[in-house]
Design a protein around this ligand. Structure first.
Ligand code: SIN
Ligand code: FE2
Length: 217
């Protein structure tokens, strides 16, 4: 009886919302370490700056990107891929700081994925008006590992759809500190970000920073 009561309370944590099979939204999950995260992002950007990349189709992406970890996601006229070298600096991407690795592991556990060991973290910067169209994260070799996505700065409307591009996505308003984890049957769900509304965040100003952790190989 006591155990049952305890279980139902644990299941009803207001900050943990199951949004699909294998997908959870963890509200305010990284708030306790927000200063360390922001400092870590600044150090990454000092080494490998944000840049706008070109898609294989020749479109300049509106999101500016950089990476940390053993491999980084890049796109250019030849295609999308993970690469150990930052093409801008000619050097390896900045190492993944332990505070980031640890938070990705803990968040993945909350989503039911134990032992998540990301080797790449894509850092996206959205300024007002910036959007990310619906896509699947499918440049990784092994889909057993989830995607862990951390939101910092201005709020955004995250679009989370189904397995087909034509499935109507649901909208989730993500604010500073929220984390979304998706994997299992929804690992290849289409997702994107609606155009960012203007605003001013007390810690990050007129921008949203998103970190996505991946296991690429
Ligand atoms: C992504 O799909 O890579 C980023 C998602 C986000 O910015 O919330
Ligand atoms: Fe994505």
């Amino acid at each position: 009886m006591t155990a049952d009561l305890f279980d139902s309370v644990a299941d009803a944590q207001p900050w943990r919302e199951e949004i699909a099979d294998g997908a959870v939204l963890l509200r305010a999950f990284v708030r306790p370490i927000e200063s360390e995260l922001i400092a870590a992002v600044r150090a990454i950007v000092a080494q490998s700056p944000f840049r706008r990349m070109t898609t294989p189709g020749g479109h300049l992406m509106s999101v500016a990107m950089t990476n940390c970890g053993a491999r980084g996601w890049i796109t250019d006229h030849t295609g999308y891929r993970y690469d150990p070298i930052d093409p801008r600096t000619g050097a390896p991407w900045p190492a993944m700081p332990p505070v980031l690795r640890d938070l990705a592991l803990r968040a993945a556990e909350q989503g039911g994925f134990t032992g998540f060991a990301p080797d790449a973290c894509l850092v996206n910067r959205y300024t007002p008006g910036t959007r990310l169209s619906l896509h699947q994260d499918k440049d990784e070799l092994d889909y057993a590992a989830p995607i862990v996505s951390v939101s910092l700065g201005l709020p955004a409307n995250f679009l989370f759809g189904g397995m087909a591009r034509s499935d109507k996505p649901r909208r989730f308003r993500l604010v500073h500190g929220d984390v979304v984890v998706w994997g299992g049957p929804n690992r290849l769900a289409y997702h994107g970000v609606a155009p960012l509304a203007d605003g001013e965040h007390p810690l990050l100003g007129r921008q949203r920073i998103n970190l996505t952790f991946r296991r690429t190989q």
